[in-house]
Design a protein around this ligand. Sequence first.
Ligand SMILES: [Zn+2]
Ligand SMILES: [Zn+2]
Length: 620
Amino acid sequence: MASPDTFRILHGDLSRIVISWTLAIVSEGYTRAQLDKGDFDRDAKLVVDELLATAPFDDPGLNRLFVIAAVRVESERPGSEIKLLDPVPASSPFRTAFGAMYGRDSFEGKQIERALHGDSQLVKDKVQQFTDLATIENFLVIVNNDSTDGGLAHDGVGWFAKARSAWPKVAVHELGHQAFSLADEYAYRNSQSDPVRRLPTSPPPTEPVEPNITLDTNVATLKWVGLVTLPQTFVPGTVQAAACVRDHPLKPTDPEIPLNAVGAFEGAGYHDCGIFRPSRVCKMRDSAFPFCAVCQNAIRVKLGGYMLDQRKAEPPQKVGAWTHVLPFATRFAPGTLFYNSVLGNYALTDNFRFAILERRPDGSPLLVPGRPDIGVGNINAGWSTLAPFALGGVQHLFGHDFGSGRFAMWRLGGLGDTLIQTFFDTPGGTTSHVVIVTRDGAPHMIAYNMFTGDALMSRIDGNDAAPVDPVAMTWGAGITAVVPLELDGEPFVLTYRAFAGEVAIRKITASGFVMAFVRTAFWPTNITHVASTPKDGRPYVTRYAAGTGRMLIDHVRVNGTGLDFVCRVDPSPGPGAPSLFGIGAQVMGPFRSRNPGGLILFENLYLYRALSQELVEVFL
Ligand SMILES: [Zn+2]
Ligand SMILES: [Zn+2]
């Protein structure tokens, strides 16, 4: 009698399976005795360990989005008995659960031995018979055969045998095909002894759909242009021989082109000539190597979609009329400051309100519905820019009025629910943007004027005096968004120039700045808001186009050397005039809320829609 199939969760939380990236690892060719001995459990764990040690799956920001299950299905006979049959019979004589057989494909009339698969639909059915696993989207089958090498992605299921000592790496390669639509980056079809092949030129070949191979080596149009690290003169980085050769020599450079450099290298997609891959090595070319940057990026983008779980989002909260909504630490917790520059009113919240906590953290009476504040007051009308900063461990606020040129500072006072003005001045200068960064442990104000293109950095030594030691910088006119970033403890500023779609990241230094990244036409020209939204200790920025309502998230590379698109917020928060003040008025930012009664902080994102006076919490 057949034993019942069983499953076990190897990674992640079963209760989150519906909103996670999901993978089932399934047994093929394991007998009852072998299953009881733990052979499959051990093999499945090897695959999971390999996957979680492989970039970008090793990224804690991503792998918390996974649920991986091992599904045990018993076979009558062991997979070690599966041998190559020529021709391949219609059904397997080997009496394994899914009928896996070698030699399922041929090339130039010759059977490809390593083309291994069985009944992929039956694999999916066996997994999805469990109600808990009905939503699993990705499938890998371990074929319990350690004598004949083989693997294939077939009908949405990745299959592989255990012949190579590093077979779990083959499993991760097959997952690259199956779950992330990556192409093989090697040049042969069957084996290295295949004859050398050039892509036919008639009819003209069409561009492959996969993100990691291309016919195009023009840097201006290359599909992975945003990730290229080699100078243009080294794209392609291989010598294009008149006679087609396997393993094209590299263009001579000193030092040699690094293995992980991104450019274009000839030889990919089962052809030696005419198709290019991004890097010299990649797991999609040889499973012993890491994924190249282009493949990693494709995986990241796909997994990033799971960062956003709209299904548990609260309905938008009516919070009243404001012009500025910015992150601001209150006495109790990370909170939010609301300011109305027409009336001068402000309100502070501790964000608990938006986690539907029913009473104030100090135990005082229930909040009045529609008054989500822990403190209210008036700091006068007309502040166009408000910038929060910490001084001596106390939350402060810097204000600037673009119209009159006046400046002011406030500190958090009372019971952490009041703003107390500590400084006021009217120097007469005007600036369109003010941000505050921390450099060498001290807050520094950077004032940028979008009309002159000048930026001035000065140190804030106290809350009762003007900032000192000004350092003048030239950033150029027309910047529409200025966003401070902290990367590995160092201060950076990201700027966006709407008319050119230009994004720049400057590292702030004692003498001004060092440009870490700059590219025009990098983002579309319709972005109205950009905010730093760090999560799990990793730097992200969120951009929002009020006109289309679309919101997208990018990851900031180490040392600010670039941005990688991660995911689109889907569904989008929707269009709407998000701010009455275009210049310098923040209405979007990180939002840290706590479980009702719990200690878990959620790192989410808020967006304030002035038109409907709603605060939308976007769950990350
Ligand atoms: Zn492959
Ligand atoms: Zn690759």
